[in-house]
Design a protein around this ligand. Structure first.
Ligand SMILES: Cc1ncc(COP(=O)(O)O)c(C=O)c1O
Length: 488
């Protein structure tokens, strides 16, 4: 999904000392983020201090209006771009970015379809009341049970990823009256890594079919009356800026798409997601309208060069819908001044969460920023590294930023742009409980996914109950110790 962690430098080259270490940089924070007269941060009209008081920290906060605005704007952008070329565009929200029933409701109310990539994600989408016909199903290793469930509920499309899966699905749909729509995921050989893209002849990765196999796969699908091939699918990566990677990929896909038309209709081309957002002040994502227009124009150009009609388009943005809408609140527990070498002094600011609520810095070397949310300060900016409370030195939340030099225990800290791939990648590492997800909107806050409790953590541990009750010391899944010793 994303690039490998990058080596950390003492101070990233992009980071400069801010004129004001209290500033909320536009584009990184939700549009509603502001400070009141006392300097307290508010999002969605709710003060961060109120959120801390009511729900505790760490806390995921999601601005409903911001999600809805991005959903609406993205859909309008792709629809307008497609209309320019006489075709339609469908936009799926990529649920893997952040999935819960409330978010499914918001995005579907705004007109988006939803893509899921596991039986669990499918269950959440269905629990939210999503129309099965407007769901897409991804994944490189969908189980028989997951495929059966998807077919049974009448899922809109299944994105096939391997020959094994095609065989599996063929057996599941055999004899069914309605054909199941399928797309074929291919590797275009274009791989986007953060802001750059790379075009190769071969992609050494697990997703999809090699482009050169597409014709054989589609021929096989067309032999199966219960399957309906609707088009090719490709996802070139994540956090992509600019249209160049998409344009290169579209050119390669349209070439194959054109050949497939000889055997029947190919109504759709799905170009996946991956549209970048701003995590720091130096990230300058391409506006979605510009991306949509550029991508649609590239497909139109390639189709016209081959004298074929343009297919309808489909896209799957995840991060671009929810990323900027989320912030995470933490309380500072300790601070520590460290000489990092080469004359660099760094303040380690430890917060009450960490890699269990945001693993992206550890997993991808992702960069974030932070601000004190409970107050402003005129103290000189100090170089900080915000770290979590886990037993890992790589447990970093914000690799490098400047905060007012008087940052101290008890301060409330906010990390912006955490709406995507933080909640969804959360874990219980070190048996920390996963934080609640709170929606804010027009001055109101409500829990949309409750936080875990210690009871939740113990609930799956079969021995935990019996340990508390001395009369039940034997493990349910093993013979009693006395029996084992007797049998020796
Ligand atoms: C197939 C597919 N579609 C869409 C997405 C969403 O990507 P993003 O959140 O970067 O838009 C992903 C992310 O991994 C993906 O694998």
């Amino acid at each position: 999904m994303s690039a490998a962690p990058t080596a950390r430098t003492l101070i990233p080259s992009w980071l400069s000392v801010p004129a004001d270490a209290n500033e909320l940089v536009a584009g990184v924070w939700p549009v509603s983020a502001e400070r009141d007269a006392q300097g307290v941060l508010a999002v969605g009209g709710v003060a961060a201090t109120e959120l801390q008081e009511r729900f505790g920290t760490p806390l995921y906060v999601l601005d409903e209006n911001e999600v809805r605005t991005h959903a609406r704007r993205t859909l309008e952008a792709f629809r307008a771009a497609a209309t320019q070329h006489g075709v339609q565009a469908r936009v799926y929200y990529a649920g893997k970015a952040l999935l819960c029933t409330e978010v499914v409701r918001w995005v579907t109310e705004e007109g988006l379809a939803v893509d899921v990539c596991s039986g669990g994600e499918l269950a959440v989408a269905l629990a939210a009341g999503a129309d099965p016909a407007r769901l897409g199903f991804h994944g490189n290793n969908k189980s028989v049970a997951e495929l059966e469930r998807a077919v049974e509920i009448g899922i809109g499309s299944i994105v096939l990823d391997s020959w094994n899966e095609l065989d599996r699905l063929a057996r599941i749909v055999a004899g069914r009256p309605q054909p199941q729509a399928v797309l074929v995921r291919v590797n275009s050989g274009v791989h986007a890594e953060t802001h750059d893209f790379l075009a190769t002849a071969h992609e050494d990765q697990k997703f999809g079919f090699p482009l050169e196999d597409a014709a054989a796969v589609v021929a096989r699908i067309r032999e199966i009356p219960e399957l309906l091939f609707t088009g090719l699918h490709c996802h070139i990566g994540s956090q992509i800026f600019g249209t160049a990677g998409f344009e290169e990929s579209a050119a390669r896909l349209v070439e194959v798409h054109a050949g497939l038309r000889a055997g029947g209709e190919v109504p759709v081309l799905n170009l996946g997601g991956g549209f970048g957002i701003a995590y720091t002040s130096v990230d300058d994502p391409t506006p979605i309208e510009q991306l949509a227009a550029g991508i649609a124009a590239a497909v139109a150009r390639e189709c016209s060069a081959r004298g074929i009609p343009m297919p309808h388009l489909a896209f799957e943005p995840g991060r671009a819908i929810v990323g900027q809408a989320g912030i995470t609140l933490y309380e500072v527990g300790t601070t520590k001044q460290v000489s990092a070498g080469e004359g660099v002094e760094r303040r380690y600011v430890s917060v009450d969460g960490g890699m269990n609520d945001n693993v992206r810095p550890a997993l991808y070397g992702a960069q974030y920023t932070a601000r004190i949310a409970s107050r402003t300060s005129t103290a000189d900016p100090a170089l900080v590294r915000v770290v979590g409370k886990h037993c890992e030195s790589g447990d970093i939340v914000v690799d490098a930023d400047y905060l007012p030099g008087d940052v101290r225990p008890g301060d409330l800290l906010a990390v912006p742009a955490t709406g995507a791939y933080c909640f969804s990648l959360a874990s219980n590492y070190n048996y920390l409980t996963r934080p609640p997800l709170v929606a804010v909107c027009d001055g109101r806050a409500r829990v949309i996914v409750r936080g875990e409790t210690i009871d939740d953590l113990l609930a799956r541990d079969i021995g935990a109950d019996s340990a508390a009750r001395p009369e039940h010391t034997e493990r349910a899944d093993m013979p009693a110790l006395t029996q084992r010793s007797e049998s020796k």
